[in-house]
Design a protein around this ligand. Structure first.
Ligand code: FES
Length: 158
């Protein structure tokens, strides 16, 4: 069961006013749904998004499934998204990914048993000039090295 809070319904109305058609508001409304639903989009959250925009669930699923920023299953407290696109790969992303997978004993799309970390290998984060890049929840971390990644993980509150 998912229904938007009163506050989020107001945010959604404000988003809808920014665009000429409701289809254009799908992405920000999905973002609001994900935020309210504990950082992932359940079937019910997608249905509520479709309902509030008067669109078909299939249309909304199409958008949600295209973008990696929408989580289609629950994620850990820290969602570690490492870019493996060209700039990051040229500057060592594969080594970073390998290191992270070994350290946390998980692979792409998996969450550690304690529910703390989810790892995702993602496409370009738009931070190519400071590659390699990783996003932890909403924060970007750039010019990564294995040492810097270890420091970041150590610094995350348990
Ligand atoms: S290629 Fe990694 S941020 Fe663009």
């Amino acid at each position: 069961m998912f229904s938007f809070t009163k506050e989020n319904l107001q945010r959604i109305e404000a988003e809808k006013k920014k665009y000429p058609t409701v289809e254009s508001a799908v992405m920000p409304v999905l973002w609001i749904a994900q935020e309210q639903n504990g950082n992932w989009l359940s079937e019910a959250a997608i249905k509520a998004t479709a309902d509030v925009l008067d669109l078909s669930p299939a249309h909304v699923i199409g958008v949600a499934s295209f973008y990696t920023m929408y989580n289609k299953q629950p994620v850990g407290k820290y969602h570690l998204q490492v870019c493996s696109n060209i700039s990051c790969s040229l500057l060592g992303a594969k080594k970073l990914i390998h290191h992270l997978e070994n350290k946390l004993a998980i692979t792409h799309g998996e969450t550690t048993q304690d529910g703390l970390y989810t790892f995702s290998e993602v496409e370009c984060l738009g931070s190519c000039g400071t590659a390699p890049a990783m996003q932890i929840n909403d924060d970007y971390h750039e010019n990564l090295t294995i040492e810097k990644m270890d420091e970041l993980l150590k610094g995350l509150e348990k």
